[in-house]
Design a protein around this ligand. Structure first.
Ligand code: SF4
Length: 418
């Protein structure tokens, strides 16, 4: 690993919980339903996340247990059964039902794995019931996807077939584009996990080479490895360089001719580098501070430093999987300060002291920082935007140059007033 400085910090945190990932998972698998076993707070979070940040689709829905049902365990089990029964009567198209745990202590006491087992017996294979935790005590928002995928892995059939498995939710058009590139390289058997229908789970086994599209799937990767898959080591497909190395990692593992790889990628790379230029002009030399939230912070820092010329003040991450992140950290400048975990007050003090040009942070911290005149970018936007792959690199750079542009405009207006 490079000479980055890896530190840990604990204390009060300011991050979304794992329930948030339901917002993109339900869009990915329209035949699945996510039943949050939680309180009104959880329902509010899901509704505002789904309704405000993402256009709510008619098939989206979240059922919650009312607070009174959480008072007694026996009642809670009955209530859960009742809610599930009503839900499945109303929504016969549901094929996979995820019971998603949350924070309230009464919910933590319910053994959702046993509830899922009992419901599976009752439903006799018509619907598969699974469970995972989206609790804010245990998860940050992208970890919700890791929990959901980990719950699906045991259902994946076994296979010896040689194939490439892309793991992690991507926007469908971005995924299609990446698959086209792999096919042009001669990798013909490519599947995705999660699939676009929850019932069409790819098979996995010793011939499966897993290419992680997202950096927050630690548990899922471990389980796939336990099923015999090989986890390819690569940076993540953000920016031109990360995407190129990511595609090359797959190509190398399938022994694809290097000339074919470079002749396929080179035109895309040239075009993307040119498209980044105007944004690079804005970002170059600017100071960047990333607070921990999405787990995408290290790949983003690498892209913004190496391809856009930004100076990294601090890179916060909710948790650090050193093994998975080592290809990324190797590309960071020596002495980059990476902080795992969070003490939000201390971190904000460091932000103020460093006076960065841009802070990547959660929505809750963005407003107070903006009020202090510090430009911010919501990290949650990255998980809802199509930013993966060589073709998307300029869009990714544009996302970060936008707040700086706005900041400049505001300053110009103020000067004009004076
Ligand atoms: Fe529900 Fe806990 Fe998330 Fe709050 S942090 S919305 S209580 S799961």
């Amino acid at each position: 690993m490079s000479g980055a400085t890896l530190l840990k910090e604990t204390g009060p945190r300011e991050v979304f919980c794992g329930l948030t990932s339901i917002v993109w998972l339900h869009r990915r698998m329209p035949d699945a339903f996510f039943l949050v076993v939680g309180s009104r707070t959880c329902a509010h979070l899901i509704q505002s996340a789904a309704g405000v940040m993402i256009f709510a689709e008619p098939r989206f829905g979240t059922a919650i247990l009312e607070e009174r049902d959480l008072a007694g365990l026996a009642d809670a089990h009955e209530e859960l059964d009742r809610v599930v029964k009503n839900l499945l009567e109303r929504r016969p198209e549901i094929r996979t039902l995820f019971l998603v745990g949350s924070c309230p202590s009464e919910v933590i006491k319910i053994d959702l794995a046993r509830v899922a087992e009992r419901l599976n017996l009752q439903l006799k294979g018509k619907v598969t019931v699974l469970n995972y935790s989206g609790s804010g005590i245990e998860t940050t928002f992208t970890q919700g996807e890791d929990g959901a995928l980990k719950a699906l892995v045991p259902l994946m059939p076994s296979s010896q077939e040689n194939k490439l498995l892309l793991v992690g939710t991507l926007a469908n058009p971005v995924e299609d584009r990446l698959i086209t590139i792999f096919k042009r390289l001669g990798i013909n058997k490519i599947e995705s996990f999660p699939p676009r229908q929850s019932t069409e789970l790819p098979a996995v086994g010793p011939g499966t080479k897993v290419l992680l599209a997202q950096p927050y799937l630690t548990d899922t990767a471990r389980q796939l490895k336990d099923k015999g898959a090989e986890i390819l080591k690569a940076p993540f497909p953000l920016g031109v360089e990360g995407s190129k190395l990511w595609i090359e990692a797959a190509a190398n593992s399938f022994n694809i001719d290097k000339n074919l790889v470079s002749s396929t990628l080179e035109p895309l790379i040239l075009r993307a580098r040119k498209a980044i230029e105007p944004y690079k002009a804005k970002l170059n030399g600017k100071k960047l501070f990333l607070l921990p939230e999405s787990q995408l912070e290290i790949p983003l820092a690498r892209f913004l430093n190496r391809e856009c010329g930004m100076e990294l003040i601090e890179v916060g991450v909710p948790y650090l999987n050193r093994d998975m992140m080592s290809p990324e950290i190797d590309l960071l400048p020596e002495q980059t300060r990476i902080i795992e975990g969070q003490h939000v007050e201390k971190q904000l003090d460091r932000v103020r002291a460093a006076n960065p040009d841009l802070v990547v942070c959660g929505m809750g911290l963005a407003n107070p920082l903006e009020a202090e005149g510090i430009s911010t970018k919501w990290s949650i936007e990255m998980v809802f935007s199509p930013i993966h792959g060589i073709d998307q690199a300029s869009d990714l750079a544009e996302l970060f140059s936008r707040p700086l542009h706005r900041h400049d405009l505001l300053n110009t207006k103020q000067l004009t007033k004076v």
